[in-house]
Ligand binder design. Sequence first.
Ligand SMILES: NC(=O)c1ccc[n+]([C@@H]2O[C@H](COP(=O)([O-])OP(=O)(O)OC[C@H]3O[C@@H](n4cnc5c(N)ncnc54)[C@H](OP(=O)(O)O)[C@@H]3O)[C@@H](O)[C@H]2O)c1
Length: 305
Amino acid sequence: MKAIVVTDEAAGTPGMTLTERPEPTATINDAIVRVHASGFVPTELTWPSTWTDRRGRDRRPSIPGHELAGVVTALGYGTTGVTVGQRVLGLADWYRDGSLAEFVAIEARNLAPLPGDVDFTVGASLPISGLTAWQGLFDHGRLQAGQSILAHGAAGAVGSMVTQLAREAGAYVIGTGRAADRRQALDFGAHEFVDLDNDALEDVGGVDLVFDVIGGDIQKRSARLIRTGGTLVTVVGPTEVRPADGLTIDFVVESDRTQLREIVQRVRDGRLRTNIGAVATLDDAVAALNPTERRTGKTIVRTQP
Ligand SMILES: NC(=O)c1ccc[n+]([C@@H]2O[C@H](COP(=O)([O-])OP(=O)(O)OC[C@H]3O[C@@H](n4cnc5c(N)ncnc54)[C@H](OP(=O)(O)O)[C@@H]3O)[C@@H](O)[C@H]2O)c1
């Protein structure tokens, strides 16, 4: 099958190459999915899981891309929950070959049904950003109606989901980002916008929840804005930063079929808009994943026409 592989950790996304790899086989509880569309998070190439298996053994050449939409073509022994021919979307195991390929082997529990009226391209854009936003807001951030949230990178892939889901949940949403992102962040539902390059973050006053996708100094300054009992949720790695009287939670997104269904349903009924920047074919994927200009939104690779 055709697949994008990486072999050189230091090379970053320019080190991706399109090549031929053997088709995966299904082991216990696996499904094989013919990938129609795949997402990709550029920071994947800095994660240990891209380069080793769970025992730390080198697993190069590694196929990146861990969110996908496609059709189930085969099932491993004992696999339940999905059927051959079913349209699905899902979040693949970080430590296994991913979805920038024509086929992927994935545990069936990491898949959810993709209804016929949701395009594969849209489906592939939802698992990582949708589940990250959902879990950060509701599982870890315990967001309640009437609370206020600072949604960093509100025009980005995760931030645009955070903004929409928080707004729908009845929160007051302060989006942040670059000056050029103001319109988009407000369109996604932010009540106000802070341009991190030109506005004073401190002027927003107190908030109940910070959803951090940036880290560094922005994360530190944001933690100081958190009210008593509030929470800093971050997805950019382990952190020592703590609000004076609140909690910090850093987490890595997990697959969850029920949450994926909720996210897909919101897309179907128009409550949630996905944020797709560019769509490329597998043949053009390496160039598309190494843009020369700034892009907002997710790049989706179509592996089937
Ligand atoms: N832990 C997890 O489970 C998990 C899951 C998903 C994503 N993530 C991480 O979350 C981060 C965001 O992912 P994403 O897919 O949402 O990326 P994205 O689409 O690039 O969104 C990030 C947004 O924040 C903006 N931004 C970043 N630094 C900024 C700064 N200093 N000032 C103003 N705006 C800034 C970006 O603008 P520019 O493009 O101009 O910088 C972009 O609009 C990545 O580091 C990713 O690895 C973690």
